[in-house]
Design a protein around this ligand. Sequence first.
Ligand SMILES: Nc1ncnc2c1ncn2[C@@H]1O[C@H](COP(=O)(O)OP(=O)(O)OP(=O)(O)O)[C@@H](O)[C@H]1O
Ligand SMILES: [Mg+2]
Length: 292
Amino acid sequence: MAAIDTDEDDFEVDAEDLDNTPVAESDSERLSLLVNDLHVTYRVFGAKKVGHGPAKKQTALQKFLSRGASQQGVREVKAVRGISFSARHGESIGIIGVNGSGKSTLLRAIAGLIPPASGSVYVAGDPALLGVNAVLMGDLSGERNIMIGGLALGLTQQQVKDRYQDVVDFAEIGEFVNLPMKSYSSGMGARLRFAISASAVPDILMIDEALSTGDAGFRAKSKARINEVRESAGTVFLVSHSLATVKSMCERVLWVHKGQLVMDGPADEVCKHYKKFVNETKKLAEERAAEK
Ligand SMILES: Nc1ncnc2c1ncn2[C@@H]1O[C@H](COP(=O)(O)OP(=O)(O)OP(=O)(O)O)[C@@H](O)[C@H]1O
Ligand SMILES: [Mg+2]
């Protein structure tokens, strides 16, 4: 796939144009995802008082009113700025980039959890199968979260019950399943989230960093699970800071920087360029520090 022109800053593509644009005929059947000039902007409300403490719940009306009140302090963060790519069934795609480059935001937008400022995301299959993390709640037990997550993935209650023990076993959390998720170590939380998202065979499986927190045994199981999804013609996205993990699990990699796609190509090639970039940036920073 060709690298995307990252200099382009076109905010004017609209969805209607795309509907009439046939995707390359021979490939259209195998496309699972089409991301077209996607822009995602966060609105950060200034440190102004919004009138609630962390433990206090607000009604929808209170939230609405307090949003209006803090409108002056709004700052926009353009987290994704014009990303386009397509993915096919059976593909496993790594997403790499430095901290804050927009990887998680891109995944969340693909999952439909945050609306794009402009551009579009077309998903073949059921978008409800995406992004289980958003619905899980730290105050609830692992057991309750397995149910909530399973339902969010489109499973029936009975299906979740049938798969419950498999999820607990896969996550290796044992008795902790009865405790609130917020009491889990980050590795345990990541394992449970992954086990829940793997309890259905989704059209698109998205993994954000989860694997880097697991031990070797868990990584091997995750890898097997990823292969299963791919064999059932799903698409896998894997965000990770470990280039070794990305290279071992993905044949294709997207490199995201400052919300734009710098490179899209074979894993080895993209990782090589990214590594060079990271090393050069590090060297520059060291030189600057030495000058001071
Ligand atoms: N909920 C949010 N509200 C406001 N800004 C956000 C929010 N989430 C992320 N951002 C900002 O959007 C940009 C992209 O963040 P994102 O989390 O997508 O990066 P990332 O590539 O996943 O980083 P990391 O490697 O650290 O996980 C950053 O500038 C970040 O500060
Ligand atoms: Mg992230």
